[in-house]
Every structure is written in structure tokens, then in C-alpha cells.
Ligand binder design. Structure first.
Ligand code: CTP
Ligand code: MG
Length: 249
């Protein structure tokens, strides 16, 4: 079973509709993502999280797409991504043993990547994330003068009045930029979300694997891929178009 998160507003993309409904190559991003999950052959059902008021619209779009060959259920998401995933998890049937969490904002993650993540979970890893080496050197900055958590990662590039002390420079060779789909043993993800629920509103996690790490449990990384890039801004839509026409197979 896969939870496909599509309840965000897409503020940074700046369109007049939610990001998941923005079209590329003739279909909404959420539809592209759903097609590739279905094409993997290892996902038996989808639970899609929708923005308030758009449950029926997204249900029609995704459930009505001929290439989405698995049952689709759409639930209303929450204020944060973490809350949306929790809502999706609550809708998982009792038979669900492996859960994928995937973002509609990564519409071209390939069926092969989906299979790789599920295979690692089935091989006994309780929490699996795709990751790619980073090309930039990454600095951790001091938390001392940070603004509110949540807004921090949305300081626009080019804001030139912010001065941040560097705290450390992690060794680049050991860093991975992580993607979705992330795969989990269902009981472990249930436990991680239950433990993380208390922080969901004021310090939400943007990464389900992070909630598993907070439990002290092991998370493993498998190779990610360029096609699984996340669409955040208009520039990303241009890049994503490079991966749009593979037919989802
Ligand atoms: N998401 C969600 N529920 C939320 C917030 C986000 O289901 N309350 C989903 C988004 O739809 C997206 C994924 O989580 O598929 C990753 O989030 P992000 O890229 O931040 O998308 P948005 O929140 O829509 O964009 P922005 O932050 O620019 O508003
Ligand atoms: Mg967001």
C-alpha cells in the first residue's frame, strides 16, 4: 500500500492551484506519481491525501485515470505533511504490512525505484529511503538566531540580509539527499507517527524516516535517482519535464 501525499498548497510554486494539480505533459503531477506507483507492480492500493475541499476532484482525477490500475482512496490531509501522512496511515487496511510514503511533488520517481524500495523492506529493513550523493558542500548553521521552525527552509534564495554562523561541515562523501518513495514496515511507521504526533503542529517532520530515527530504530538508504527530483519551484518543473515522457514504465 502507498500513501501519496498531495495535500500541500504549493506556496513556493506560486500557482493559483495546489501543486499536485499542476499539469505537466498532459496530466496532473499527482496522476503522474500514481501511474508510476501502479506500474511498479508492488503497490496494491493507493491512499491519496488531498487539500480540504478537493477530495472529490482528486478522487476523480486519480481514480479515473486508466493507467492507475490499483484501487484509490482519497482522504483529506492535515495542516502539515506529517499530519497528512498520519491521516493516510489511519486509512490503511488491517492487512497492510508494507507502507510506502511518496510525494506527488516527485511525480517521475520510476517504477524501478518503487520496486527497489519495497524489495529492501521485504528483505527485512524496517525503514528504507532512496538517497543520492550531494554535489554541493553542505554547512550546518547555528540554531542561535533562527527564525521559527517551518519557515526556516522557505527563506527565499537571494534574501541578502541574513547572516548565519556556520556550526559544522559534514563530510560530503557521507551525505545523501533523500527522496521518496520511502518504505516502511507498517507497525514501525505506526509507532513512529504515534510518537511524533505530539510535535506535528509546531515542529513537523518533513521526512517520515526521521520519525523512525527519533525512535532509535535503524533507517537504511538505497540508491535514489535523478528522475525522483522534487518539484518545488518553476525551475523544477522545467527540469522534471526531462523525465516526463517515459510512459511510467
Ligand atoms: N503535503 C501534504 N500535506 C501538507 C503539506 C504537504 O500532503 N499539509 C504534501 C505535498 O502535497 C507534497 C509533499 O507533501 O506532495 C511535499 O511537500 P512540499 O513539496 O512542501 O509541497 P507543498 O507543501 O505543497 O509546497 P509548499 O511548501 O511550497 O507550499
Ligand atoms: Mg510544504
Amino acid at each position: 500500500m502507498a500513501i501519496l501525499t498531495a495535500a500541500g498548497s504549493g506556496t513556493r510554486l506560486g500557482r493559483d492551484l495546489p501543486k499536485a494539480l499542476v499539469e505537466l505533459d498532459g496530466a496532473a503531477l499527482v496522476v503522474h506519481a500514481a501511474r508510476r506507483l501502479a506500474a511498479s507492480g508492488v503497490v496494491d492500493a493507493l491512499v491519496v491525501t488531498a487539500p480540504p475541499g478537493l477530495v472529490a476532484a482528486i478522487s476523480g482525477l486519480v481514480g479515473g485515470d486508466a493507467a492507475v490500475t490499483v484501487p484509490v482512496r482519497v482522504v483529506e490531509g492535515g495542516h502539515t505533511r506529517q499530519q497528512s501522512v498520519a491521516a493516510g496511515l489511519a486509512a490503511a487496511g488491517p492487512e497492510t504490512d508494507v507502507v510506502l510514503v511518496h510525494d506527488a511533488a516527485r511525480p517521475f520517481a520510476s517504477p524501478e525505484l518503487v520496486r527497489r524500495v519495497v524489495a529492501a523492506v521485504r528483505a527485512g529493513h524496517g525503514a528504507v529511503v532512496p538517497g543520492v550523493p550531494v554535489v554541493d558542500t553542505i554547512k550546518a548553521v547555528s540554531a542561535a538566531d533562527q527564525c521559527a521552525v517551518g519557515a526556516r527552509d522557505e527563506v527565499p534564495t537571494g534574501a541578502n540580509n541574513v547572516v548565519e554562523p556556520v556550526a559544522s561541515t559534514p563530510e560530503r562523501a557521507l551525505l545523501r539527499a533523500v527522496q521518496t518513495p520511502q518504505g516502511f514496515d507498517r507497525a514501525l511507521l505506526d509507532r513512529a507517527h504515534a510518537a511524533g504526533a505530539a510535535h506535528a503542529a509546531n515542529a513537523p517532520s518533513t521526512d517520515d524516516a526521521g520519525l523512525v530515527e527519533a525512535l532509535g530504530e535503524t533507517v537504511v538508504v538505497v540508491p535514489g535517482e535523478d528522475a525522483a527530483l522534487k518539484i518545488t519551484t518553476e525551475r523544477d518543473l522545467v527540469l522534471a519535464a526531462l523525465y516526463a515522457d517515459d510512459g511510467g514504465t
